[in-house]
Design a binder for this molecule. Structure first.
Ligand SMILES: Nc1ncnc2c1ncn2[C@@H]1O[C@H](COP(=O)(O)OP(=O)(O)OP(=O)(O)O)[C@@H](O)[C@H]1O
Length: 272
């Protein structure tokens, strides 16, 4: 019987299924086991957040789901089209904002005459209307990251993989983009796998948080996040609630490796 990484049974169709996945870097003589024997299933429409200390294999797991890494053992089953957003926007500096997004549309096979309208619509969705003709280097870091998100959305992914996408941004821009991404995902039903170092960001965004540990990289605990998200408790409002504070605290303690202090209320379930 396959093992499960979830404490609660989720009957929705899994769109990501990693079974006993091990990824190694380095050479045969000096291998580095980045992640070992990882089980991960993500159901359609879930917003799953990976947290853990530096070097525990979060990026490696994300890259494995994206198909960028070859696994040394185990199987990777990703059923839907994937879009990726990295910590840095990684835009083409020689193209305009619209050109960057149109490039993704072209790769997706969108006919040229349709691209300008799609670019405008995508820029609208990420809060950058009318910027298609701007040069990438004229934009702020936060604006560039929005373009990167628009570019990822251009491929109409059903799964969005985000690797610390807001880490390099100022606090205000980060908060805005967190809310936008959460709202975009909720509205479109997109499945999201999101990497962060921040317990606050994890609880704010995730419907489920998976805690990883290093050496070797593995998932050691999971925390379901069941918070009211309807307005006025969406976004900033949610941060002010005692439930939010309690969950953030529990996650922080779990991340510090003190699971025995997480015994009241919502428990961080250890992963078998
Ligand atoms: N290209 C590579 N070659 C060799 N070792 C690598 C490579 N990429 C990652 N590693 C190693 O694999 C392990 C996991 O790295 P990974 O970047 O996945 O961790 P992470 O949790 O994302 O870290 P951070 O939070 O610092 O970004 C680390 O020990 C790292 O040094």
């Amino acid at each position: 019987m396959p093992r499960s990484d979830t404490a609660t049974e989720d009957r929705r169709q899994p769109v990501i299924a990693l079974d006993a996945v091990t990824v190694r870097y380095g050479t045969k003589r000096a291998p580095v086991t980045a992640v070992r024997d990882v089980q991960l299933t993500v159901a359609e429409g879930e917003f799953v957040v990976l947290v853990g200390p530096s070097g525990c294999g979060k990026t490696t797991l994300l890259r494995t789901v994206a198909g960028f890494e070859r696994v040394a053992a185990g199987t990777v089953d990703v059923r839907e089209r994937v879009g990726v957003v990295f910590q840095q926007p990684r835009l083409f500096p020689w193209r305009t904002v619209g050109g960057n997004i149109a490039f993704a549309l072209a790769r997706r096979g969108v006919p040229r005459p349709e691209r300008a309208a799609r670019v405008a619509e995508l820029l609208e969705r990420v809060g950058l209307p009318g910027t298609a003709g701007r040069r990438v280097w004229e934009l702020s870091g936060g604006q560039q990251q929005r373009v990167a998100i628009a570019r990822a959305l251009a491929t109409e992914p059903r799964v969005l993989l985000m690797d610390e996408p807001f880490a390099a941004l100022d606090a205000l821009t980060r908060e805005r983009l967190q809310e936008e991404v959460r709202a975009l995902a909720a509205a479109s039903g997109t499945t999201v796998l999101f990497v962060t170092h921040s317990a606050e960001e994890a609880v704010l965004l995730g419907s489920r948080v998976l805690v990883m540990a290093a050496e070797p990289g593995r998932i050691v605990a999971e925390l379901p996040v069941d918070l009211p998200r309807e307005p006025p408790l969406a976004g900033h409002g949610l941060r002010g609630t005692p439930e939010f504070a309690a969950l953030r605290q529990r996650l922080t303690e779990t991340m510090r490796g003190v699971p025995e202090e997480v015994s009241e209320g919502v428990e961080a379930a250890p992963v078998p």
